[in-house]
Each structure stands twice: as structure tokens, then as C-alpha cells.
Design a protein around this ligand. Structure first.
Ligand SMILES: [Zn+2]
Ligand SMILES: [Zn+2]
Length: 270
């Protein structure tokens, strides 16, 4: 009986903390309105999609917060949805910030305020979310390479075991042609069919470093190599454990950096 009371107290406190995030979100709404007014007042930017970008920062945070509330009420499936909204919000904020950054002194002042409030919202939601995630999720893999079949291999995250990279050879349903592809944490795409044998042989040897080097040298799509791979650690990380960060330039996507749990920062997609 005592245990039950204790738990519900904890839940009440959590619900209160989550409700209070509203104050930070209100500040984000205010800065969103300020950005829109600023962009509308500038003849050059008033007709651009930049206003939508600013709105999306706010709406993704609001959605993340609503999903977090649902998750905290025991609806576990909303944990993943909250994560997705947080990732979208981060991306839109980086884009919005790159746009404000080129709009003179006032643009920069508004941008710093946006960064500050956004970090406050994002960090508090993420902290609550991390506490809701079941602990058993962190299952370091027992293998470096998972062989599904002779034509399908997966590389699990070295921290949590989530599949981060897949190499697959198969026949496309539409073209009836044989396809060899790689799907990573940021992007995926086709690889030259003639390299399949070589890459599968390296996967058999668990020689991920060699595949990484080979892709960097020979592939245009994967010119930064395997996006989930940290060469300094010689390890694979999922999107979350590689702590990926998009860079935007004047509102356009530029590249993505990842920082592994050991603190190594690498350019993983350009
Ligand atoms: Zn992971
Ligand atoms: Zn590393």
C-alpha cells in the first residue's frame, strides 16, 4: 500500500514538472511571433518560406510536449513519437537560425534569443523523456556484424544494439534488376553491384574500417563513408548515440556532424 502511494506521488511530481514546461513553450511562442513579425517587416524575406520554418520550430516542440504528456501517462508508444518531434524541432531550429544569421544585427539578436529558449524547451522535454525510456533498451550487441543471410547484413549500435546500418543485395520489384544498397542513420542509397562481393567478404571478417575507407574513396553517395561509423573508436553508433547535428546555410541543408559518446566529432554526411 505504502509503495503505491509513493509511486503515485512520483507520478504527480512528474506531471507537475511536465506541465511547467508550458512556461518555456510560451516563451518560444513569443519568440516565434517576434521572428514572424521581423521577417514580414523585411521586404526581401516576407515572401520566403522562412516564416514556415519558424512556425515549424514551435509546432514541433508543442507536439513533442503533447506526446511527452501522453507517454508520461503510460502510453509507451508515444516515447518514439516524442523523440521524432524533438529531432524535427532541432533540424528546423538549425535551419531557422541559419536564416536569421544573415539578416544583420537584429537578426542575430533574435537568433541568440531563439537558441536560448529553444535549448531550454528541448532540454527539459528530453530530460523527462529519457526518464520514461525503459532501461532494458540499452543492450550492447554481442556481435559487431549481424548476418541475416548471404545477401543481408546489419551493423548494430555499439551502445544500445539498435540496427544502425544495413547492406542488402536483392532484386528490385519494379525494374527486375539486381540492386545493392546501404542504409545508414542519415541516408541510404545504391552501391555498385560489382562491389557487393568485396563488401560482404569484409562484413564476414567484421572489417568495418575497410568498408568505410572503400566507400569514402569510391562512392559519390557515401563520400563520407558509413555515416554511423566513428573511425577513431572503430565503432558503429545509432542516430541517438552519435548525437547527430545538422548544419544549415542560408536556409539550405549543408551537412551533418556526429559526436560519438567518446567525444569524437566527425563529418558524417555532406
Ligand atoms: Zn544506440
Ligand atoms: Zn568515436
Amino acid at each position: 500500500m505504502k509503495k503505491k502511494t509513493k509511486k503515485s506521488n512520483g507520478d504527480k511530481l512528474r506531471a507537475k514538472r511536465i506541465w511547467r514546461i508550458r512556461d518555456s513553450i510560451q516563451k518560444l511562442e513569443d519568440i516565434k511571433d517576434r521572428i514572424i513579425a521581423f521577417l514580414k517587416g523585411d521586404a526581401e524575406t516576407s515572401d520566403r518560406a522562412w516564416i514556415t520554418d519558424a512556425k515549424e520550430v514551435y509546432y514541433n516542440i508543442i507536439s513533442a510536449w503533447e506526446m511527452l504528456r501522453a507517454a508520461s501517462e503510460g502510453k509507451d508508444k508515444y516515447i518514439t513519437t516524442t523523440d521524432a518531434f524533438l529531432a524535427n524541432a532541432k533540424s528546423r531550429c538549425a535551419q531557422c537560425s541559419s536564416e536569421l544569421g544573415i539578416l544583420g544585427r537584429l537578426g542575430n539578436i533574435i537568433d541568440s534569443r531563439l537558441q536560448e529558449i529553444f535549448a531550454e524547451c528541448w532540454d527539459t522535454i528530453n530530460t523527462e523523456l529519457e526518464q520514461l525510456k525503459p532501461e532494458e533498451k540499452l543492450k550492447p550487441p554481442t556481435q559487431r556484424v549481424i548476418k541475416e543471410s548471404d545477401t543481408e547484413y546489419h551493423l548494430p549500435c555499439s551502445v544500445c544494439g539498435e540496427i544502425a546500418v544495413s547492406f542488402m543485395l536483392g532484386v528490385s520489384k519494379s525494374s527486375k534488376k539486381e540492386n545493392f544498397c546501404c542504409i545508414g542513420i542519415i541516408h541510404g542509397g545504391g552501391l555498385h553491384i560489382s562491389t557487393a562481393k568485396k563488401i560482404f567478404a569484409w562484413l564476414e571478417q567484421e572489417n568495418i574500417a575497410q568498408i568505410h575507407i572503400h566507400l569514402k574513396k569510391n562512392s559519390i553517395i557515401f563520400e563520407e563513408g558509413i555515416d554511423a561509423y566513428c573511425p577513431k573508436c572503430d565503432k558503429i553508433y545509432c542516430n541517438r548515440h552519435y548525437d547527430t547535428r545538422e548544419e544549415w546555410d542560408d536556409g539550405f541543408y549543408d551537412c551533418t556532424y556526429g559526436t560519438c559518446p567518446e567525444g569524437h566529432t566527425n563529418l558524417i554526411h555532406d
